[in-house]
Design a protein around this ligand. Structure first.
Ligand code: GDP
Ligand code: ZN
Length: 325
């Protein structure tokens, strides 16, 4: 899959004077953040005014200026990758919620909630757009035993197109423990984040990796009691025993595809991008154009219908968004 590094970087203004240290943002809530430096953790509050606070995210490499008035946020290093979601206060704006993540795990479940491929398709584009490697975790496979053979096959068939495109698909269950080692191995030593609808088992998976994390989150809420309201929307980077870093973000249910043009979309559908050189028109969007190699391959069943439909659905949504802005 193609990668595209984050282009977003920023320097907060105005610059402040003083000696500085560098570190990683490991906790962010409201106007405060904590930065892990070689000399320990530094608590920085307040961040710059609201309009700029979206400029820093957990995972960012930052400079802390030890100003007379207290530690201040200095330069934020350019991001290798990012994961963004719509700003709840302005849906057209991107809010970066995790920076420099290597892998983003899309968590879905079977049976309850049932598998939703539409969400997977959109997340896949957004994750690649941010430059991280996507993985798919299909949780609650213990519940497949509740289904009859036909229903079970129908759920699992929905996963075939993702395996075919080369996505790593890991079936797991926090109840039976199945697949958890495989998921853990896939993430070892990397910085990762989990996304998906609520109720699919994201927290259960993270807690299965390290049962002390739930407790730690609780301690943090108590320690930051005075700022309890922010704690509910805090993002935290947990470091597991072997150095794997897990960024815990408050429920990432939606992702935006800002800055993506209809023409660029094919790049993020590897199975479609690979065929587009066979199209008659160099700028073919594989929609209504004649002599389109992608549509022909779809008609022959060489691209899963569900994936081609997902491409068209997202393409049309990009056109609508483009027409609005
Ligand atoms: P989150 O909202 O994505 O963080 O989901 P949670 O981790 O809170 O899990 C939601 C519900 O699903 C809880 O009641 C869990 O006990 C349950 N759950 C999580 N993983 C599994 C699983 O592998 N199998 C089954 N049967 N239930 C699970
Ligand atoms: Zn085409």
């Amino acid at each position: 899959m193609r990668r595209r590094g984050g282009r977003q970087s920023a320097r907060t203004t105005p610059p402040v004077e003083g000696p500085s240290v560098v570190g990683t943002v490991v906790w962010l809530a409201g106007i405060a953040c904590r930065v892990r430096t070689e000399e320990g953790e530094v608590h920085v509050v307040p961040l710059p005014p609201r309009r700029e606070s979206g400029l820093v995210a957990v995972g960012d490499e930052v400079e802390i200026v030890l100003a007379a008035a207290g530690p201040q946020l200095g330069a934020v290093s350019p991001r290798r990758t990012f994961l963004a979601r719509p700003d709840p206060q302005d849906g057209r704006r991107a809010l970066v919620i995790a920076a420099n993540v290597d892998a983003v795990v899309i968590v879905v479940s079977v049976v309850e909630p049932p598998l939703h491929p539409r969400l997977i398709d959109r997340f896949l584009v957004a994750i690649q757009l941010g430059g991280a490697t996507p993985l798919l975790a299909v949780n609650k496979v213990d519940r497949l035993s509740e289904l009859d053979d036909a229903a079970r096959a129908a759920q699992l068939e929905k996963l075939a197109p993702y395996r075919a495109m080369g996505l790593e698909v890991i079936e797991c269950s926090t109840k039976s423990g199945a697949g958890l080692d495989a998921l853990r191995d896939a993430l070892r030593g990397r910085t990762c984040a989990f996304v998906g609808h609520s109720g699919v088992g994201k927290s259960s998976i993270v807690n299965a990796f390290d049962p002390t994390l739930g407790a730690k989150t609780g301690e943090l809420s108590a320690a930051w009691g005075g700022r309890g309201r922010h704690t509910t929307t805090a993002s935290t980077m947990h470091v597991l025993g072997d150095g794997t870093r897990v960024i815990d973000t408050p429920g990432v249910r939606a992702v935006g595809l800002w800055s993506l043009t209809p023409r660029e979309l094919g790049r993020y559908f590897p199975e479609i991008g690979a065929l587009s050189s066979g199209c008659r028109f160099g700028d073919c969007l594989h929609d209504l154009e004649p002599h389109c190699a992608v549509k022909a391959a779809g008609a022959r069943g060489e691209i899963p219908a569900a994936r081609y439909e997902a491409y068209l659905r997202i393409l049309r949504s990009l056109r609508e968004e483009g027409a609005r802005s």
